[in-house]
Design a protein around this ligand. Sequence first.
Ligand code: BTN
Length: 339
Amino acid sequence: MIGKMKTRDRLIQILEASPNQWISGEYLAETFSLSRAAVWKAANSLRSEGYLIDAVRSKGYRLVTDADIMSDLGIIQYLSPDCRNLDIRVLSEVGSTNTLLKEKADAGSPEGTVLIADMQTDGKGRAGRRFYSPADTGIYMSILLRPVETEPSRGLRFTTMAAAAACDAIHDVSGKEPGIKWVNDIYLDCKKVCGILTEGSLSMESGLLDHVVLGIGINAYCPEGGFPPALKDIAGAVYDEKQMDGRNRLAAGFLNRFFAYYCQKDSDSFTKTYRRHSIVIGKEVTVISGASKRRALALSIDNDFRLVVQYEDGRTEHLSTGEVSIRLENDKSGVSSGD
Ligand code: BTN
């Protein structure tokens, strides 16, 4: 039976049996009792059908099923029709996508301008921290929003909307169940896989928000050799192994989910998602404010996304991010969360 198969069919059968593995041209030629030129011809015929086949003289051939190169078009192909008018630029390296986008915002770039980097040399985290942003493993994205007549106090809704959208998108691509640690860190298996930094600019005339730069960093994969020592116990990744178009799909999935929430008039739907993913509600927490540390029970998240806690003396308080941070009891990572 096998003798009657076309070389093209036999070649794809062998390559598909060992995806992403190199198989030497010599071995294939011997197996098919053909010349190496005939193998080359069959590989080209598969390529013309759309198969992604790498050929390297010293290594042979391999069927690529885990190529994950972020690109404008690679992301756009997965966008929903509502997101097709976004202006997306993927950069190979940048200091910080937030810093660059803030410059563009000041120069008048419109809402929907999106900068994504494969690597950041000066990635910014909250509270003046740095955000580790190595090449080829993460999505470092900033989105420019120009919300209409929005009080600065409403700015937190964009951060929480992004957290809800990130959970949706991570679940869509991986099937995993991420959790949100108030206010906007995303966790998988007790490790942080995503952080969000929202920076707003006020109009001096109106006192309203002029624009918002929403920055989100997602660890799609663990870096080769693992995270640096300071992060290895606290940082995790969305995917366990390389995925074909993994980052393009995740970046587009996030944009689709985020703009679906952003375009809705009410905040019901993302608020529900946000609360559903909270890993804080019902847990013992330590509330940290300056030098003071108090134990409390996290009861709920109110409609302004303040965390409602009850202290040991029975008193309750609505905590605003920016003023306090919290640490989950029994959280080995020791990472506190807050803006
Ligand atoms: C945090 O967890 O402290 C927030 C991290 C936010 C990181 C993102 S990556 C894209 C954007 N550009 C930056 O410099 N920071 C944000």
